[in-house]
Design a binder for this molecule. Structure first.
Ligand SMILES: CCCCCCCCCCCC(=O)SCCNC(=O)CCNC(=O)[C@H](O)C(C)(C)COP(=O)(O)OP(=O)(O)OC[C@H]1O[C@@H](n2cnc3c(N)ncnc32)[C@H](O)[C@@H]1OP(=O)(O)O
Length: 218
């Protein structure tokens, strides 16, 4: 599979996209609550059995018609970009903590409330989830600065356990060296700084080749 696959131009209007967001956003939110309830439930066995039947019925309804491929990234004529399946920010993805990333003065920042579904060590966020958030926000900072790339290397230093609950993640571009963008970021909770990261984001060769090809005179 090429890295250019999964990017798709679409002709939907802003109103159509908003209507889709209104339809799918609440579904995702309900399933996210279901995930939390599944991890945390202490209900009676007969309630678990009944819940399972209801969940299977819902899954069958949703599965009655499927997209032919994962959501990918859809680009609208007005520049709107949707990655609704994304594992961190996807509006249609209930396992995404749903970071809403804000960009200001070169700083990307987002907050998330990480519940029991993200646990690693008791009461703490799984280290892979911490890396997941950092990967996304560092990559987002690079992208927003106009120097995007695929994650080549992500180095995370875990300074202290990240307690489950509200977290704040931030990132910015540190420097650009040719096709590599170096971004740095942090994760904070009420306990203070929990993790720091540096990422190297590389604009892939095939994207570089495509850009060079487009710039060549006909
Ligand atoms: C369109 C995107 C928008 C995307 C914008 C959206 C961002 C969202 C964030 C989500 C991020 C992800 O999850 S991304 C998914 C996880 N990552 C991946 O799957 C990437 C898998 N790896 C790859 O596709 C490839 O190995 C690449 C793209 C990383 C590099 O391949 P390449 O492009 O052929 O690289 P190549 O020409 O050999 O090298 C170019 C320069 O990069 C350096 N380099 C090569 N590999 C690495 C590396 N792993 N770590 C550090 N540096 C590296 C080389 O030394 C060289 O430096 P010099 O000689 O020039 O000094």
């Amino acid at each position: 599979m090429s890295m250019l696959d999964g990017h798709e131009a679409e002709r939907k209007t802003r109103e159509q996209i908003e209507a889709e967001a209104e339809l799918f956003g609440p579904l995702t939110s309900s399933v996210r609550s279901l995930i939390d309830a599944t991890v945390m439930t202490d209900a009676a066995p007969e309630h678990i059995v009944r819940a399972r039947a209801l969940v299977e019925e819902a899954a069958a309804l949703l599965d009655s018609r499927r997209m032919s491929a994962p959501f990918g990234t859809k680009w609208s004529a007005d520049g709107t970009r949707r990655s609704w399946g994304n594992a961190v920010i996807g509006l249609r993805n209930p396992i995404a903590p749903l970071l809403e990333v804000a960009y200001e003065d070169g700083l990307a920042s987002a907050e998330a409330d990480l519940g029991a579904a993200y646990e690693g060590p008791p009461g703490l966020v799984h280290g892979g989830v911490v890396a997941l958030l950092l990967d996304q926000i560092l990559g987002g900072a690079a992208d927003h600065a106009g120097v995007p790339g695929m994650t080549g290397t992500l180095t995370v230093r875990y300074r202290k356990g990240t307690r489950l609950g509200p977290v704040r993640v931030t990132a910015r571009v540190d420097r650009v060296e040719g096709v590599k963008t170096f971004a740095v970021g942090r994760v904070h909770t009420a306990d203070g700084l929990c993790a720091e990261a540096e990422g190297i984001f590389v604009l892939p060769r095939e994207v570089r080749d495509m850009v060079a090809e487009m710039g060549r005179p006909q």
